[in-house]
Design a protein around this ligand. Structure first.
Ligand code: NAD
Length: 472
């Protein structure tokens, strides 16, 4: 029943018998077939929606405590995001579950082919700290819609949201269907030591590799939602005011701790100074003269990450910001100019409120700079030229992105969200989530009113020529 005791492995070492027992209970429940029906799944999604609405202010408070998110940001990027995903999923679930069917080719007839979406079973969702609510619950929507049981392991680096997730899930679901296991790496390891049917991981590329290895050992399906350095390219034809606002918003939302934030900016030489100027203006109009006083500018998750970020700032290249207050985990919105690929800021994903800007002369040169790095999770182009847009979409390899915008592609549930290569494996949101948590079982139903003898021995030349006609 909902209300079961909490499982918190924060301080535990090694595999935990309670985790083993939990996974065994979930396996048994899944095997009973209870999750197969649409009414059951819809009921669980409805209950999740009620719980998210009921907990709205507690979720906002937890996100404020962990990351100093404003109420509007918390609603737009986490709570409202999840509610929209739920609404979309409930609206389309019956159609998705029906699958697709069609008349099979004559040679295998008289038959109809059908794709049946079979739930996978035991799913493990491992979440990061930057959108600690959304990135735990949005995958759960897909897992439940597809008829699975699930365990969520939230990030220990967002402890208020982790505790909140445990409470919300405990109150809403029977633990044989959904449970939260809190804790750090040892909790994740303890969970990964169990048998799973799907591992859904969001986090760093390094840990993604560990999860992929577990998937390889168990031969279970794996989805990896990872990170990378996502570029934004600005061309002279772009509306520079709009570009600067959308870039500053995409970069400084959640203090830059967004996996699809524009990591670095490539600006055509002719508009470089204008863009820097407009970025400065956009930052001021969003957060005022002292962003530290703004209720809308977040904080760095912890001191270790703040110190890592501060080391990346080259004071010689500062155009905006660079101000730090360790006691408040604060790093102001920062822009660096005339950055080169050799600067430390260009080595790894920044994951903080620092925007390095580089110049280029031709779009091909910009593409060349992007291609020197592993395939990013996102990429953005600001232009009014259709040809530049076409070349960008065709030639640059990235998970997903926008033309003349940032971050917004993740707001359309009909767009699959995921990376490519080192930025991820697989995609989710909307129908893609339903698919990722389902097995596409191929089924053919053949009528018995006709049973042509052509496929049966004894064979002869006449049968061969019929096959040749039917197959080629
Ligand atoms: P992380 O990889 O350090 O941690 C993610 C989760 O994995 C946490 O729950 C953590 O406890 C667990 N974990 C840590 N070490 C582990 C190990 N050795 N074995 C098993 N589990 C382990 O990532 P993070 O710092 O929480 O998040 C930041 C990264 O996540 C960034 O690279 C960012 O780009 C990426 N990210 C990607 C997306 C996306 O949708 N693609 C979204 C958000 C964040």
């Amino acid at each position: 029943m909902p209300g079961h005791p909490a499982i918190n492995l924060r301080d535990a070492e090694g595999p935990d018998a309670r985790v083993e027992a939990l996974v065994a209970r979930q396996s048994e429940f899944f095997a009973s077939g209870a999750t197969l029906g649409r009414e059951f799944r819809d009921g669980q999604l409805t209950a999740l929606g009620h719980a998210v609405r009921k907990y709205e202010s507690k979720i906002q408070a937890a996100l404020h405590e962990d990351l100093r998110k404003s109420k509007v940001e918390a609603y737009g990027t986490e709570i409202g995001f999840v509610l929209a995903e739920l609404r979309h999923t409930r609206k389309h679930l019956a159609k998705w579950m029906r699958g697709s069917s069609w008349f099979a080719p004559l040679v295998v007839g008289p038959s109809r082919s059908h794709v049946h979406h079979q739930p996978l079973g035991r799913t493990l969702i491992i979440a990061p700290w930057n959108y600690p609510f959304q990135l735990a619950i949005a995958p759960l929507v897909g897992a439940l819609a597809a008829g699975n049981v699930a365990v969520i392991k939230p990030s220990e680096l967002a402890p208020a949201t982790s505790a909140l997730l445990a409470e919300l899930v405990r109150e809403t679901f029977d633990e044989q269907l959904v449970a939260v296991v809190e804790g750090d790496v040892s909790a994740a390891q303890s969970l990964l030591a169990q048998r799973w049917d799907h591992l859904f991981f969001t986090g760093s590329t390094q840990v993604g590799r560990i999860v992929a290895r577990v998937g390889a050992e168990q031969l279970c399906r794996v989805t990896l939602e990872l990170g990378g350095k996502s570029p934004a390219i600005v061309m002279p034809s772009a509306d520079l005011d709009v570009a600067a606002r959308r870039l500053a918003w995409g970069k400084f939302t959640n203090a830059g701790q967004t996996c699809i934030a524009p990591d670095y900016l490539l600006v055509h030489n002719s508009i470089h100074d204008t863009i820097i100027d407009r970025l400065r203006g956009a930052i001021r109009s969003f957060y005022g003269h002292d962003p530290r006083q703004s209720a809308d500018f977040g904080r760095i998750v912890n001191l270790k990450h703040l110190q890592r970020l501060v080391k990346l700032i080259d004071p010689e290249k500062l155009a905006v910001g660079g101000d730090v207050d360790e006691s408040d985990r604060y790093l102001g919105p920062t822009v660096m100019t005339d950055v080169t690929m050799n600067d430390p800021i260009m080595a790894d994903e920044i994951f903080g409120p620092i925007l390095p800007v580089m110049r280029f002369e031709t779009l091909d040169e910009a593409f060349e700079i992007v291609s020197q790095r592993p395939n990013p999770l996102a990429a953005y182009l600001f232009t009014k030229e259709a040809d530049e847009e076409r070349r960008f979409v065709e030639r640059v390899s990235f998970g997903g992105g926008c033309i003349n915008n940032t971050l917004m592609h993740m707001g359309d549930p009909d767009l699959p969200f995921g990376g490519i290569g080192p930025s991820g494996l697989g995609a989710y949101h909307g129908y893609a989530s339903f698919e990722v948590f389902s097995h596409r079982k191929a089924v053919m139903r053949t009528g018995t009113f006709l049973d042509p003898s052509v496929k049966y021995p004894p064979y002869n030349e006449a049968k061969l020529s019929i096959f040749k006609k039917l197959l080629s």
